[in-house]
Design a protein around this ligand. Structure first.
Ligand SMILES: C[S@@+](CC[C@H](N)C(=O)[O-])C[C@H]1O[C@@H](n2cnc3c(N)ncnc32)[C@H](O)[C@@H]1O
Ligand code: SF4
Ligand code: SF4
Length: 325
């Protein structure tokens, strides 16, 4: 709650509110002006207020009950590329630690849209993410495919691009994107983000988490807030889990939307959350930006020596030629 209060009391929050209002004005024209503003307030109250409150209560509750975190299946973060122009410490996509230029193909994005239509899945939230998504060579085509899906099949989908907003090229792409795509710009100024969770301090390497009472399939609050993920290797319960599998090479991605179940995501979490520093509770996250636990040292060393090969999302016809390196 402290960070929410902080956000609402800093000048930056007004920029944020203005951007949200602009987005709603541009995309929800079925409302008159007063109604639009009301829906805007509800939107902010719901997503920025209630959800943060929910998250704070949930974290406290789960801590005491050891219960499982809700999986947010109505949101999907599509990691269109792993390439990034920054190399942040503890990046939860391992862009610094295991850099790669892998991309999803346009065919895979079309396959995602076709599957969503076939399953009558009207995603409330789709986030175009990376790595740095603006670096995808087909970024405009991918955006257009998702915009068509929104216009023709799911008008209430909120399309967002999550970007670091850093380079000249990135800024140029952002400036060229239509307003229908909401921009969530973390405006990074450094690769040292002191507020980051220490992703690379794995709970399985810590005594207090490496014991029978700990159930990694419970996941963490990120599964409830950031939502599920799609990469070129399939669907995952969250983006960090997908990224861990990319580096480990277990190949746990669900390869088809119709096969996605909470149970399958829990099976992923059971293994992958054990590696993820986000699983630690805030008071256990006492580590530094450059800290990395022994398991991660070994995993990245193995990755450097030989990249794992995972099976691809979509048709068998999508060959690894899609991978740039
Ligand atoms: C994986 S990044 C991809 C988008 C873009 N490259 C960026 O950094 O904004 C998506 C979000 O995850 C956040 N993130 C990455 N690693 C994190 C960590 N270890 N702790 C907290 N947030 C993290 C980033 O700051 C960003 O807001
Ligand atoms: S900018 Fe984003 S994707 Fe790139 S290294 Fe930093 S957190 Fe990771
Ligand atoms: S992989 Fe990490 S971020 Fe995702 S649910 Fe597990 S602990 Fe949370």
């Amino acid at each position: 709650m402290a960070s929410y209060y902080y956000r609402l009391t800093t000048a930056k929050c007004f920029d944020y509110l203005k951007k949200e209002l602009d987005f709603i004005n541009q995309n929800y024209e079925f409302c008159d002006s007063v109604f639009r503003k009301l829906s805007f307030l509800l939107h902010i109250a719901f997503w920025q207020g209630i959800f943060k409150l929910y998250r704070a209560i949930d974290v406290k509750f789960k801590k005491h009950t050891n219960g499982s975190f809700f999986i947010h299946n109505n949101k999907v973060e599509i990691e269109i590329t792993t390439e990034c122009n920054m190399k942040c410490f503890h990046c939860d996509r391992s862009c610094r630690q295991a850099p790669s230029k892998e991309c999803m193909t346009v065919a895979q994005i079309k396959h995602f849209v076709n599957e969503s239509i076939e399953e009558n899945k009207k995603w409330p939230f789709i986030v175009i993410i990376g790595g740095e998504p603006t670096m995808h060579p087909d970024i405009y085509e991918i955006c257009n495919i998702l915009i068509d899906y929104k216009r023709n099949h799911s008008p209430n989908t909120k399309l967002t691009i999550s970007t670091n907003g850093v380079s000249r090229e990135t800024k140029e792409v952002l400036a060229n994107l239509p307003d229908i795509i909401h921009q969530e710009n973390s405006s990074k100024t450094s690769i040292k983000n002191t507020q980051f969770f220490t992703f690379n301090v794995a709970p399985i390497d810590l005594e207090q988490y490496n014991q029978p009472g700990i159930n990694f399939s419970n996941a963490c609050s990120t599964a409830s807030t950031a939502g599920s993920a799609l990469t070129r290797y399939g669907f995952y319960g969250c983006g960090a889990a997908a990224s861990i599998d990319r580096v480990l090479g277990i190949d746990m991605g669900v390869k088809s939307l119709k096969d996605v179940t909470d149970k399958k995501y829990r099976t992923q979490f059971k293994v992958l959350c054990g590696y993820c520093g986000f699983f630690k509770s805030a008071e256990d996250d006492i580590y530094e930006l450059e800290d990395m636990s022994p398991t991660w040292h070994k995993v990245y060393e193995d990755y450097k020596n030989k990249r794992p090969e995972l099976s691809l999302y979509g048709s068998n016809k999508i060959r690894p030629a899609a991978l740039k390196t």
